[in-house]
Write a protein that binds this ligand. Structure first.
Ligand code: AFP
Length: 335
């Protein structure tokens, strides 16, 4: 494949699909640059005093890792002066972050999980950054949380960076999913996978099986059949993977298929699962659907959910279409 940069790809997309106006192209390039900086910090590990936890907790009541805060700061500082955004929101901040008055405001809203997979940072397992781009509502003057509460189907772009053996940027603007590899010598994102497609069928599933006793009946039934393998109704054996970094699990699924699940369970009935709708489920659902996969909350398409709160959680079933359709049908039968 002819090697082209992220910038050239975005310019060509604009020419071909008119789907990436200059402001959105600038936004994506700025986020890409910020992810390069995060990758550099992550890569320092113990040499950069970036490991370990802080005394503070985030809005989720979770202990913040140093790199959570560093990554959040990098994304805020990179994006606030460019004039392409009206406001930002992050897993690491309770409230939205309007663009300071000293800078011009643009027509986009950026939502992100600056470092997903924090429990893997100190043990050198792949982690990532997840981001989602929405348009600010027409006529919006002072941005509020309400302006962010748009269904995932309204996203104009979504992507993730994966900080692993390679540093990758996976992106969709609504015309398929493409992957860029960071050329560390040149400091540029290079297109390395075009139009990624998730196989409809798979023999691999991803779930935190330690929660098994808390699962609702449809998940018990579905996973029970996978575990029964060739001795059960599926008539074939399945494999399991769980990295506990959603970005890494989703990237594996984009490359070789699979079904990723973080269901609601009885462990904490007040929480409908662990994952957050605005900056984990929605961007990943957009990417998965653009790659021919499927993403539901067990009952309905994730991208159709009308958000009520910025940090709301949602059950997630995403990946290979046939498997997501099956586990979703078990939920619908159970109603
Ligand atoms: P952290 O960022 O707190 O590590 O959470 C990561 C995550 O949100 C998602 O990336 C994983 O798929 C999921 O949580 C792992 O959850 P468990 O630790 O319960 O398996």
């Amino acid at each position: 494949m002819k090697r082209i940069s992220l910038t050239q790809y975005l310019v060509e997309e604009q020419r071909q699909h008119h789907s990436i106006p200059a402001e959105l192209r600038l936004l994506i390039e700025v986020v890409g640059r910020a992810c390069k900086t995060i990758s550099h910090s992550v890569g320092k590990g113990a040499l950069g005093e970036v490991l370990g936890a802080l005394e503070s907790e985030n809005v989720q009541g979770e202990v913040q890792k140093k790199l959570d805060v560093i990554s959040n700061e990098i994304l805020l500082e990179a994006n606030e002066w460019g004039g392409h955004l009206a406001a930002m929101a992050s897993e690491e901040m309770e409230d939205i972050h309007p663009i300071p008055n000293r800078y011009p405001k643009g027509e986009y809203l950026l939502v992100f999980d600056p470092l997903d997979g924090s429990s893997n940072i100190d043990v050198n397992v792949s982690i990532g950054t997840i981001f989602s781009v929405l348009k600010a509502p027409e006529g919006m003057t002072e941005p509020t949380e309400k302006d962010f509460l748009q269904p995932g189907a309204k996203q104009v772009a979504a992507g993730y960076a994966l900080y692993g053996p390679q540093t990758l940027l996976v992106l969709t603007t609504g015309n398929g999913v493409n992957c860029f590899t960071l050329d560390r010598e040149m400091g540029s994102w290079v297109l390395t996978q075009r139009n990624m497609q998730i196989p409809a069928k798979t023999k691999e599933f991803a779930i935190n099986a330690s929660n098994q006793r808390h699962w609702h009946a449809p998940v018990q039934r579905y996973i029970g059949e996978l575990l029964a393998g060739s001795t059960g109704p599926r008539g074939t054996d399945f494999n399991m993977r769980w990295i506990a970094s959603m970005v890494a699990d989703v990237h594996r699924i984009l490359n070789r298929g699979g079904v990723f699940m973080y269901p609601a369970d009885n462990k904490d009935p007040s929480k409908p699962g662990r994952l957050r709708l605005m900056y984990e489920a929605n961007p990943m659902a957009f990417i998965v659907e653009q790659a021919g996969g499927m993403a539901t909350d067990g009952k309905k398409r994730i991208l159709d959910i009308q958000p009520e709160k910025l940090h709301q959680r949602v059950p997630v079933f995403l990946g290979s279409r046939d498997e997501v359709a099956l586990v979703t049908s078990y939920h619908q039968e159970a109603v």
